[in-house]
Design a protein around this ligand. Structure first.
Ligand code: ZN
Length: 435
């Protein structure tokens, strides 16, 4: 599946920088995430690629601010690694067949394929407008079905999955085959059961060996699309095995970062990890399970049932600059569940305007020390509030100084190249903002 056009990534001057440390939900702490290679403090060459898998959208609706915040979070990781000279192998999926897509299509009397294609196209446009570096592979569930069928077949053949005896052809994963289950989310069973029921699972379904056993393959039903499952029979894939299969096939048995919104902590990432680890015998599947916070609207949870989703495309159509949206979404830390408010956007627009004013100065203080501090702040679990305040301080100082005195022509540190121009290339390369 096509992704979207990549933004330019300016090269920045080297400064000493710590390795990226990220909060890992499994270990419940911040740890240096150096990828599969050694930690680096300077630009490296020839280091093994960092691998990242981010769970993408189910395209039944437009990209809302929660999706945008999640994609921006992993874009910051991607950009940090690239700035450090580390190759990145980044894969994202699009769940282009699943219950929510079929339900929405049925509600609106629309063909599910048309709906999925339209919303996926809109998502790409939004990602491009937000200057998100595209994944190396953007992969649909439908195109991955042969791979998923092979994985499910392997689990079934080796007794780690079972077919329900009710004639539906549905195949479930046997959690008894995954003794580590629970390590990723750190939740107790009661909470797992509650979240499973809330988030697309079926803990009450009769015939399962364990209430939490996740669906691997759904046998064909009247009125639902189905694909050839070979020995599995016709049907369609479950969600968790979709991501496990795609990640294993494209990134290898273990990966550096498994990412998504914090609503994917359980059951999705827990089950994907269990599938992957059972198939490969290697654990943990991901060295870092990284989760972005949810975005609420003026104090209430943003949700499709409340009808209060704020869509990126709507904001764009209303003339809101994508850079302001991006800046607003990184004003608070990525792990926080946070609120979208008019004030948040207004503050971001004002900040952007001041940064642009400073970027247009002929001369200003050297930005190089700020670049070094920005890298340190990003390395500390993407501390964007600190990054923004560091840049604000420099911008305030630059704008406060009379342009005819002080730094202008005062040597290499005072030229535009290391002052305003470096501000511009830093926020472009590391934050994805074009001034
Ligand atoms: Zn996923």
């Amino acid at each position: 599946m096509d992704s979207w056009t990549a933004p330019d990534l300016p090269r920045l001057p080297d400064t000493a920088r710590p390795p990226l440390a990220l909060y890992d939900s499994a270990r419940q702490g911040v740890h240096p995430a150096t990828g599969s290679g050694p930690a680096t403090t300077t630009m490296t060459t020839g280091s093994p690629p960092a691998t990242m898998y981010v769970c993408g959208i189910t395209p039944y609706d437009a990209t809302h601010l929660g999706h945008a915040a999640t994609m921006i979070t992993f874009d910051l990781i991607n950009r940090f690694w690239r700035d450090a000279g580390r190759p990145v192998r980044y894969v994202q999926n699009v769940t282009d067949i699943d219950d929510p897509l079929l339900e929405r299509a049925a509600r609106d009397g629309e063909d599910w394929i048309v709906l999925g294609m339209r919303e996926t196209a809109l998502f790409r446009e939004d990602m491009e407008a937000l200057r998100i570096v595209p994944p190396e592979s953007y992969v649909g569930a439908v195109e991955s079905i042969p791979d998923i069928v092979a994985r499910v077949g392997e689990l079934l053949d080796t007794g780690r999955a079972y077919r329900l005896a009710d004639g539906t052809g549905d195949v479930y994963f046997d959690l008894a085959a995954a003794p580590r289950f629970g390590y990723e989310s750190n939740l107790d069973r009661a909470e797992m059961l509650r979240l499973s029921a809330d988030r697309g699972g079926d803990p009450d379904r009769p015939g399962k060996r364990d209430a939490l056993d996740p669906l691997l393959w759904r046998g064909a039903r009247d009125g639902e699309p189905a694909w050839d499952g070979g020995p599995l029979g016709p049907g369609r894939p479950g969600w968790h095995i979709e991501c496990a299969a795609i990640a294993l096939s494209l990134l290898g048995d273990t990966i550096d970062v498994q990412g998504g919104g914090n609503d994917l902590l359980f059951p999705h990432h827990e089950c994907s990890a269990a599938h992957a680890e059972t198939l490969t015998g290697q654990a943990p599947f991901a060295r870092y399970y990284v989760h972005a916070g949810m975005i609420g609207l003026h104090g209430t949870k943003m949700s499709k049932s409340k009808g209060n989703l704020v869509f990126v495309s709507r904001l764009r159509a209303d003339g809101v600059a994508s850079a302001a949206v991006r800046l607003a979404l990184i004003a608070d830390h990525y792990r926080e569940n946070r609120q979208w408010t008019d004030d948040l956007l207004k503050t971001a627009e004002q900040r952007l305007s001041r940064w642009r004013e400073a970027a247009a100065l002929a001369a200003a203080p050297s930005f190089t020390p700020v670049l070094a501090e920005v890298r340190v702040a990003l390395a500390a679990d993407l501390d964007t509030p600190r990054v923004l305040s560091l840049i604000d301080e420099w911008v305030d100082a630059a704008l406060a100084a009379p342009s005819t005195a002080g730094w202008g022509g005062a040597g290499p540190e005072g030229t535009g190249l290391e002052g305003p121009a470096l501000l511009r290339s830093t926020v472009d390369a590391l934050l994805g903002l074009r001034l």
